[in-house]
Design a protein around this ligand. Structure first.
Ligand SMILES: CCCCCCCC/C=C\CCCCCCCC(N)=O
Length: 545
């Protein structure tokens, strides 16, 4: 799709503004990164860390390993890698070990047999981690806001409570972006989280602490949330699996900030994990009674599904072009699927996707059914009592006196110029995209779409490319379930991956496809595993064709 001259002018203008802004940013940015030169994650030596949560639970039930051994193995790995990645921001190791000992005692005393335990407590004795934006009893719940540094949760968020009720043991809470609204997990309370595949790169956001701790082998499963890609982006950058469920399936309660306006319809809570087989049982647990609305027990025959591949958004001038290695990985995956399953994957261009950012922005700022507009970002930054003044905050930031990150200040500044009345054209694009995708996917379709146009960027780089999250954000607005699936490593050793999108309530289809692709492409790779890199970058498919 060709860009108009006006669009090209705006792109050039915006790029110049952002470049000038970033040069100034680099001069003033607080030096929170430290040197990571030459530092690499130590290899995983403990075999228990290479086992899925489902398998760990089975081994614990069968007394082949104790919960204490598993929890201790994860604590050791966290202590080994966390000083490098800064992903876990508060632990509860002592309590977790006590709970694990109780689990081992319960299993010793259980007379009903393994099946009873599996049915009642499917994740009994398995450790997990939680994004700090969720309430976990006794743990901080600041969402990276300095003014909330003393907030400690008295109860558990509903999906966290459901995982605990299934027998899982929380190890602690992980870092996120300020107010869970940025592509990089960085805030003035806990600092910056690093990517285990390259410490000089971002772990993604907003559930970046989860992405990094799971990707580095220091947690096996975790809880994330996603209103624009906050599960899928960190899963992609850290080479793990994640699932944004159909909107409304998992309870979003107990997280800060609460969604307002129309946002509750776009916010999704979901699982993040290293092994695809953990996605479905986690979703079943986290969805509670809503799991019945999904066909999670259905047998999926992939040969009977209809597959579609969309290689890029059609060339939005605001976004980066898709990295050739990602285009190539998607092509390779399609070829494999066709050859192995005998299916025909239809390659599509969907012109409305070019407006993904505008659609996301318009819907996120729309008033709710009660006519009330959403809480502004400046109000959220003020902690709910008073709003911050973005220009004043920017001034303070340059003097090193602001309690906020540049990303948060930037979002509050942009909000000042946002129109409260979305354009009719954009609303029409949204309606026609929704209709087209609902019809296309139906109850047997899966669509492949890049997770992000770039591989994990260097720290702070998203300040240059803030609109790239639109590749994920559009599916929050459409309410569709999306599974994030890793597809090996790039030539630089960075994770490759893809979004698998299904029709509403058809979560089982994208989950089944992820399981299949894990077998074909190897799923999560240990950071530093150079055997599985993509060895050609020669594909130069244009994004605007
Ligand atoms: C300092 C530059 C700021 C420029 C801001 C440009 C506007 C971009 C708008 C929104 C970016 C939101 C990123 C959302 C990332 C995922 C959030 C989530 N919780 O799912």
């Amino acid at each position: 799709m060709a860009s108009t001259r006006l669009e090209r002018f705006w792109v050039l203008f915006l790029r110049l503004v952002v470049k000038a802004f970033l040069s100034v940013f680099r001069l003033f940015a607080p030096q929170q990164l430290g040197s990571t030169e030459g530092h690499r994650l130590p290899p995983i030596t403990e075999p228990l860390l290479r086992v899925s949560a489902v398998q760990l639970a089975r081994n614990i039930r069968r007394k082949q390993v104790t919960s204490v051994q598993v929890v201790q193995a994860y604590i050791d790995r966290i202590q080994e890698v966390n000083p490098l990645i800064n992903a876990l921001v508060k632990d509860r190791f002592a309590a977790a070990l006590q709970e694990a000992a109780q689990v081992d005692k319960l299993i010793e005393e259980e007379t009903g047999g393994e099946d009873v335990l599996e049915d009642r407590l499917p994740l009994l004795g398995v450790p997990f981690t939680v994004k700090e934006a969720f309430a976990l009893q006794g743990m901080p719940n600041s969402t990276g806001l300095l003014s909330r540094r003393t907030v400690v949760s008295g109860v558990d968020a509903p999906p966290v409570a459901l995982l605990k009720r299934a027998g899982a043991i929380p190890l602690g809470v992980t870092n996120c972006s300020e107010l869970a609204m940025w592509l990089e997990s960085h805030n003035r309370l806990y600092g910056i989280t690093r990517n285990p595949y390259d410490l000089g790169r971002i772990a993604g956001g907003s559930s970046g602490g989860e992405g990094s701790i799971i990707g580095s082998g220091a947690s096996v499963i975790g809880v994330g949330s996603d209103i624009g890609g906050s599960i899928r982006i960190p899963c992609f950058f850290n080479g793990i699996f994640g699932h944004k469920p159909t909107s409304g399936i998992v309870n979003n309660g107990g997280q800060y900030p609460p969604a307002s306006g129309q946002q509750p319809g776009f916010l999704c809570t979901g699982p993040m994990c290293r092994y695809a087989e953990d996605l479905l049982p986690m979703l079943r647990i986290m969805a509670g009674p809503n799991a019945e609305k999904l066909s999670l027990s259905a047998n999926v025959d992939l040969k009977k599904l209809r597959f579609f591949s969309v290689p890029h958004d059609g060339g939005s001038p605001l976004l980066s072009p898709v990295d050739p290695q990602l285009i190539q990985a998607q092509k390779k995956m399609v070829e494999h699927l066709e050859a192995d399953l005998g299916v025909q994957v239809e390659e599509l261009r969907i012109p409305q996707l070019k407006y993904s950012f505008q659609i996301w922005g318009a819907m996120m700022s729309s008033p709710g059914k009660d006519g009330k507009p959403p809480t502004t970002f400046a109000e959220l930054m003020g902690g709910g009592e008073k709003r911050v003044w973005p220009v004043w905050e920017l001034f303070k930031w340059f003097l090193g006196l602001s309690s906020h990150t540049m990303a948060a200040i930037g979002l509050a500044l942009v909000e000042m110029f946002q129109s409260s009345q979305p354009s009719q054209f954009i609303l029409q694009q949204k309606e026609s995209l929704q209709k087209e995708l609902d019809e296309l996917l139906g109850t047997d379709g899966v669509l492949f779409y890049p997770s992000h146009p770039q591989l994990a960027p260097k720290h702070h780089q998203p300040l240059f490319t803030p609109f790239n999250f639109s590749y994920t954000g559009i599916f929050n607005i459409l309410g569709l379930p999306v599974t994030q699936c890793p597809l090996g490593l790039s030539v630089e050793g960075l994770p490759l991956g893809l979004q698998l999108v299904a029709g509403k309530l058809q979560d089982h289809l994208s989950l089944a496809t992820a399981l299949y692709l894990e077998k074909a492409f190897g799923g999560w790779r240990e950071p530093g595993d150079t055997e599985h890199t993509l060895n050609s970058t020669s594909n130069n498919v244009s994004n605007a064709t």
